[in-house]
Design a protein around this ligand. Structure first.
Ligand code: ADP
Ligand code: MG
Length: 256
């Protein structure tokens, strides 16, 4: 059964895109058919998958405006081993155009439904906001994966996101749930990070994934080569952690 997950956190720079492309590559490695949907006009997930956002004939923009089907607009990340529905600056315009259109929250969901048999997982890389684009993501998804750094204000930011997810669940998408919280850019030598990590586990219990993604420079270098870190340097600590996370997610999905 297809599972559609948003990778969301309203903060920027917390590792959403890194998580999206590396989880996609990790899932592909363990035999899953994966589609990445880039919902951020910055197009980082697109570029980080080796697809040039400036040379796309069709993108997620065309899908949202219903001038193309998902199957027509996807491209293959050859290195990553997954498909990508790409994004570029054009997508920022969709936000404005969608406001005036009917079914504006449901367009991505409807487009993905047509292609449901082609994939095991769809991973939606959300922009750092709670905008109409993010809403389209949340309305399409079975669940949300929240990457987070174990910093002082992390828990506070989480409350806003969890409230938004509750509202979407109540009003727009009864399927939506928090799948789990993923600790990223983790440095166990920093006492504060350990403390916040313990707080997280105390608060959210087994919603906190066991896999922990360390701070690892290879993950940060990989996008400039148009590759997920999992492919760029499979033996690095960061790559191994993301493959471990992919395995954990496959197991967790079985119990959903
Ligand atoms: P977001 O999509 O939430 O804005 P990104 O995934 O783009 O965040 O990550 C922000 C920055 O942090 C990027 O430069 C990325 O390469 C870097 N980064 C993300 N995860 C890690 C990690 N585990 N170790 C080192 N650098 C990371
Ligand atoms: Mg991003």
């Amino acid at each position: 059964m297809l599972k559609i997950f948003c990778i969301a956190n309203q903060k920027g720079g917390v590792g959403k895109t890194t998580t999206t492309v590396n989880l996609a590559a990790g899932l592909a490695r363990v035999g899953q058919r994966v589609l990445v949907v880039d919902l951020d006009p910055q197009g980082n997930a697109t570029m980080g998958s080796g697809i040039d956002k400036r040379r796309m004939a069709l993108s997620v923009y065309d899908v949202l405006l219903e001038s193309a089907a998902v199957a027509e607009a996807v491209q293959r990340s050859e290195h990553g081993g997954y498909d990508v529905l790409g994004a570029n600056r054009e997508l920022a315009g969709a936000e404005v155009e969608l406001v005036a259109l009917d079914r504006r929250n449901e367009r991505l969901r409807e487009a993905l439904a047509v292609t449901a048999a082609d994939y095991d997982f769809v991973l939606i890389d959300c922009p750092p906001s709670l905008s109409l684009l993010t809403l389209n993501g949340l309305c399409s998804a079975h669940g949300v994966i929240v990457p987070m750094q174990c910093e002082y204000f992390a828990l506070e930011g989480l409350t806003d996101l969890v409230n938004t997810i509750k509202q979407v669940h109540a009003n727009l998408n009864r399927d939506l749930q928090v799948i789990g919280l993923l600790r990223v850019m983790f440095d166990p030598r920093i006492t504060l990070q350990q403390q916040v990590s313990d707080q997280l586990k105390g608060h959210f219990g087994d919603k906190v994934f066991s896999a922990v993604i360390p701070r690892n420079v290879r993950l940060a270098e990989a996008p400039s080569y148009g590759q997920p870190g999992v492919v760029f340097d499979p033996s690095s600590k960061g790559a191994q952690a993301y493959v471990e996370f992919a395995r954990e997610l496959v197991e967790r999905v079985k119990t959903m």
